[in-house]
Design a protein around this ligand. Structure first.
Ligand code: PMP
Length: 340
């Protein structure tokens, strides 16, 4: 690569450009006083806090080392070996990696050329054999959202299965949360993370909200002391940090808009429209180029973006994903797009 300009900036994992929630960090520091004790294995303080936040009881909440740990628990609790798990293609790769690593069967709802990760392909994919169906809204990598009525319709079509609504990026969208329809759908779980809007990806905390019967099974499947006091107190404090979330959301929506503008003026690229997340998916339309070449072009400029062909099954070699940059990084992103 030769000389790479510094600082190297990562725009590839949807991390928070403003850093960690200050309230969250205070909570982490408070948690240090408890490090000599085993934690409460049910993480009740955090579950109570989340329950207050969403207007339910702690029996409706499970917490884990990131959403990722809860996703693994869902596979084990709701799908027997060989059981079918439905998801869009392309999607967040952890879903199918877990399914395949633990001997379950993936059923992909193929988005095709249009990258349709909405209800159409999903409704065609699910069946009486489905055990779990994943809906990601906003979606990774397109950033597109499902309407809540469609999530509700999916729940009605497969009452024998669990519908997972992954809202990792919901703060960046203005849509209502699936929390609003949980009461009517006992086969729905809504997942949230502290890794994005709260800026705590390294702390590893996420939660799921669902009917207490679903939560009871997930509590049985989870590793016993999966969260320590740094995570429990850090995340509980971060949940009050509305100011950090609001500043993050404002910064991200401006950054996303600016990247979309810059990409729109580059004929070798096309914006995959409709992103309501903290990143934008770009299609490489110049047949002389592929996503890996575009990735390397950015890398030579000290900018790490996501190469679709490496990061997503079924996305092919024509897409890159780039996080909404903070204002100080924007000129470098613009220059990289212009110079392509
Ligand atoms: N869900 C989606 C859709 C994601 O894109 C990611 C992270 N890239 C996660 C979950 C992971 O969340 P966590 O850090 O809470 O494990």
């Amino acid at each position: 690569l030769g000389e790479v300009p510094s600082p190297i900036v990562k725009l590839a994992s949807g991390e928070n450009p403003l850093g960690a929630s200050p309230k969250g960090l205070e909570g982490v520091r408070a948690g240090m006083a408890e490090l000599m004790f085993y934690p409460d294995w049910t993480a009740t303080r955090l579950r109570r806090k989340v329950a207050d936040h969403v207007g339910l009881t702690p029996e409706h909440v499970v917490c884990g080392a990131g959403e990722t740990e809860i996703i693994g628990g869902i596979m084990r609790a709701f799908a027997e070996p060989g059981g079918e798990i439905a998801m869009a293609r392309p999607t967040f790769p952890v879903y199918h990696q877990y399914v395949q690593a633990e001997g379950r069967t993936v059923r992909f709802a193929d988005g095709g050329e249009a990258l349709d990760v909405g209800p159409g392909p999903m409704f065609e994919t699910v069946s009486e054999r489905t055990r779990v169906a994943f809906v990601t809204s906003p979606h990774n990598p397109t950033g597109r959202c499902w309407a809540l009525e469609d999530v509700a319709e999916l729940c009605r079509r497969i009452p024998h299965a669990l519908v997972v609504l992954d809202e990792a990026y919901i703060h960046f969208s203005e849509r209502p949360s699936g929390f609003a329809v949980l009461a009517e759908h006992p086969n729905l779980i809504v997942l949230r993370t502290f890794s994005k809007a709260y800026g705590l990806a390294g702390l590893r905390v996420g939660y799921g909200v669902a009917d207490p019967r679903v939560i009871d099974l997930l509590m049985r499947a989870k590793p016993t002391w999966n969260l320590g006091p740094l995570q429990v107190l850090g995340a509980a404090a971060a949940l009050d940090d509305d100011e950090h979330v609001a500043r993050t959301v404002a910064l991200v929506s401006e950054g996303r808009r600016r990247v979309e503008e810059a990409a729109a003026s580059q004929p070798k690229l096309r914006v995959v429209d409709g992103s309501e997340a903290n990143y934008v998916l770009l299609r490489v339309v110049d047949p002389e180029l592929d996503s890996t070449q575009v990735f390397k072009h950015f890398l030579r400029r000290g900018l790490v973006i996501k190469d679709g062909t490496v990061s997503y099954l079924g996305l092919g070699d024509r897409h890159v994903r780039i996080d909404a940059p903070p204002p100080e990084v924007l000129p470098r992103v613009r220059e990289a797009i212009r110079a392509l």
